[in-house]
Every structure is written in structure tokens, then in C-alpha cells.
Design a binder for this molecule. Structure first.
Ligand code: SF4
Ligand code: SF4
Length: 405
């Protein structure tokens, strides 16, 4: 797609008789969201409800503006997200809802319900063919996300350690992937396992539908003794401060039978099972995210909003957020998620860095900025390649016209 897309923008300044919610409403109206036929349509609004300890996520008030607008146009909105791969507060629907509530998301604050995109355990997905996909033939997307008639992304734009920045594509492509979908994007799709962490509870075996993929073994007396010695040498303590005792049982995963569904990751109480991340595959990660995004947005009306405030150096999935690397910039909206991401990244790079941040530490360590703050923060990433690829697969355009509202 080589045409130039419009990206609408408003800053965070507020004068009398105005407010940030009113400005966001004006922005999405000026950007033409009302041209979508919402009448009687289920409308998924994809956002991130914030990991425990992270305060950079978007407040529910932003969602309320979008929800009210969709309702006023006759639509039936709901907020949605899918399970994470890692052990945290968003790895299953119940914990995820609790965390969303703790962060202020309720029907009272947002005006609509939350529906978990990929079900209780992150396994309720649909396979969506990716037309012309090189890396992904069938994306595994949360069923409720795909059941919606209209799709809206509402994204907090920030840095990201693996993709340079976390913008609309990351929110859509990775965020709407079920646990298996996220595994596929992050790597080859089969989990890794740490026998020393495993406590032998057997939860993973109960959650796995693939015969032979997980086996629980008894440790011999000698193996327990050797493991106990290692724990003592390493000073491995329990939560109560005593030396851990070597469990009598442990699990193993056989990749020959494992299909990479990811159920076991959510079932493990101690994080012994992990997705097989690879830091060397950052470009394919971005390319897969672009292909997943194409699967989510294809064949139905979509609209995208990104809020560029509290631009933390890393993803909101961490249970913390470091100081914002640049001043708050504003709100952006477009029908084109690629143009939107590029416009947001350019806007961040046009700012002077805030003092005393991870970004300024990187810049002073290297004597100068590379000219791109996201590469300064995560040198192995290259968001321009990722965006070019998204353009190549006709997800959107890297060329945009900024329309100030
Ligand atoms: S990822 Fe593999 S081992 Fe884990 S539950 Fe799925 S099939 Fe079983
Ligand atoms: S890997 Fe996790 S879920 Fe499976 S037996 Fe070990 S501790 Fe339990």
C-alpha cells in the first residue's frame, strides 16, 4: 500500500471548557470513526489493562470515551484482551479480570463489560488464514476478538525491548493472539522447561491434551540428594527464608508430541515452563506481529487510536514502569495502523529526551543518540524494517499526513 494515509492528532494541552476526554472525542470524530456502520454491531475495543505494579497503562477514562462514542452510534462495545504467556496477573481470565478491576476497569468506569478474548485459560482461539503470510499461515486469534463485527484498537504507545516500540500493531497482533498465537510469534511455538524450578505438582500434565507431551517422573534418592546439594550451594530459599527442599517429582516436555498450545504455561504455579523467547529473532518477531495484525483486521471495519503519554522505555507487561523517556505528546487516530505507528514513533523521536531516564543513560553511555530513541534503548531492534514489512503485506502505509485537530 503506497498511498499516504491520514493520521489525526491532538496534543495534551487543555484550555477552558475542555478536557482530555472531550479532546479525545473530538479527535475520533474528526478522524471519521462515525463513518463505520456500528448499528447493532458487536465492537471489540482491544486494550491492555495493565500488569500489577505497572502504572503506565491507559486509564479507563480513555476507554469510556471510545465506548460512549460507539454506543452513541448504535454499536455494542466491549473491552477485550487475551492471556499472557508468562506467569503474572494476566495469564488466565480470572486473574486478568481481577487485575483489570484493581486498575479501575469496571462497567461503571468504562460503560461496558470486559470479555476475555481467548477464554478462561488462553486456549479459546480460532485459526485465521493469513493471506500471503510468509511466517504465519494461520494466526491463532482469541475467539471473542474474531467474533466481533467491528474492531477498534486503543493503544498506549511506549518503548519495547523486542520490537523497539509497542504501538498499535503490537497491541493488535501480539495482544489478540491466544497463548498458542503468542508462542508462535515469539518463537517456534514449543515451550522450554526448567526441571530445577519444577515442584512436581502435575498441573501441567492435567492441562495438556497431547498424550505423551508431558511426563511426571519420580526423582531417585540420589537425584534428590544431588539437587538438594545444589540448592544449598546456590542458597536457594523458599518464601519463608528456609533452604528449598528438592521435590520428589518433576516434569519433562517432549517436543515431539507437544503442539505448542501453551496451556501448560498458564497452569504452572512456579514458572518452570516458559515460552522459548529468542533475542536474535527480533525482525521475524515484528514480521509475525504484522501478519497476525493482518489476520485480526482483515475483512471487517477497524479503527485505531494511540495515546502517546507516559512513554516508558519498556512494555506495559512488566510489573513496573520506568520514568517516561520524553514529555507527553498527545493522542493519534487513524484507519491505518501502520501509518499510526510510524506517526507516533516519529513524534517521539522529534522530542527532547526527558532528563534522568533510561534513554539519557543510553545516550550518555554512547556519547550520542543514533537519531532513533527506540534503537538507542534496544539496539538489536529495527522498527522501520518491521513497519516496511507491514506495508509490504498491505496492512497499511508508512507514508502519512498528520492532520492536527
Ligand atoms: S504447550 Fe505442549 S506440553 Fe504444553 S500443554 Fe500444550 S501440547 Fe502440552
Ligand atoms: S512444570 Fe510446573 S505445573 Fe508442571 S509439574 Fe512442574 S511445577 Fe507443576
Amino acid at each position: 500500500m503506497s498511498q499516504t494515509s491520514n493520521v489525526y492528532f491532538t496534543d495534551m494541552r487543555v484550555h477552558s471548557n475542555e478536557s482530555i476526554p472531550l479532546k479525545l472525542q473530538r479527535l475520533i470524530e474528526a478522524a471519521g470513526m462515525e463513518t463505520i456502520d456500528f448499528e447493532g454491531k458487536y465492537t471489540a475495543i482491544k486494550m491492555h489493562f495493565g500488569e500489577k505494579g505497572n502504572l503506565a497503562f491507559l486509564r479507563p477514562n480513555y476507554a469510556k470515551v471510545v465506548v460512549d462514542e460507539v454506543k452513541s452510534l448504535g454499536g455494542k462495545p466491549f473491552l477485550t484482551d487475551c492471556s499472557t504467556l508468562y506467569v503474572g496477573m494476566r495469564s488466565n481470565a480470572l486473574d486478568h479480570f481481577d487485575q483489570a478491576m484493581e486498575n479501575g476497569f469496571s462497567p461503571y468506569s468504562t460503560g461496558c463489560q470486559i470479555i476475555m478474548g481467548d477464554g478462561l485459560r488462553g486456549t479459546d482461539d480460532v485459526s485465521v488464514p493469513v493471506e500471503g503470510g510468509t511466517y504465519v499461515k494461520e494466526a491463532k486469534i482469541g475467539r471473542a476478538v474474531m467474533d466481533a463485527d467491528v474492531f477498534i484498537s486503543l493503544t498506549h504507545f511506549k518503548g519495547h525491548e523486542n520490537t523497539g516500540f509497542g504501538g498499535a500493531l503490537k497491541n493488535i497482533g501480539m495482544g489478540c493472539g491466544s497463548r498458542a498465537g503468542k508462542m508462535e510469534q515469539h518463537y517456534a511455538g514449543k515451550p522450554t522447561f526448567d526441571a530445577d524450578i519444577c515442584i512436581g505438582c502435575g498441573n501441567c500434565l492435567k492441562s495438556c491434551a497431547q498424550a505423551g507431551a508431558i511426563t511426571i517422573h519420580e526423582r531417585t534418592e540420589q537425584e534428590r540428594h544431588d539437587l538438594q546439594r545444589r540448592f544449598e550451594e546456590q542458597g536457594l530459599l523458599t518464601a519463608r527464608g528456609t533452604i528449598r527442599s528438592a521435590p520428589a517429582r518433576y516434569a519433562t516436555i517432549d517436543h515431539e508430541y507437544c503442539v505448542g498450545c501453551g496451556r501448560c504455561l498458564g497452569a504452572c504455579p512456579v514458572g518452570a515452563i516458559k515460552a522459548a523467547w529468542s533475542d536474535d529473532l527480533n525482525d521475524p518477531l515484528g514480521f509475525k506481529i504484522a501478519e497476525y495484525t493482518k489476520a485480526v483486521v482483515g475483512g471487517r471495519p477497524c479503527f485505531h487510536i494511540s495515546i502517546v503519554i507516559d512513554v516508558s522505555p519498556q512494555c506495559d507487561c512488566f510489573g513496573r514502569n520506568d520514568a517516561p523517556i520524553v514529555p507527553n505528546i498527545g493522542m493519534f487516530a487513524s484507519f491505518d495502523p501502520v501509518a499510526l505507528d510510524v506517526a507516533c514513533a516519529d513524534a517521539v523521536n522529534a522530542q527532547h529526551p526527558n532528563p534522568e531516564t533510561e534513554l539519557t543513560e543510553h545516550i550518555s553511555a554512547h556519547g550520542t543518540s543514533s537519531g532513533d530513541y527506540f534503537s538507542d534503548l534496544a539496539p538489536s531492534t529495527n522498527w522501520r524494517t518491521y513497519m516496511k514489512y507491514a506495508e509490504q503485506i498491505e496492512l497499511g502505509s508508512t507514508s502519512y499526513r498528520l492532520v492536527e485537530v
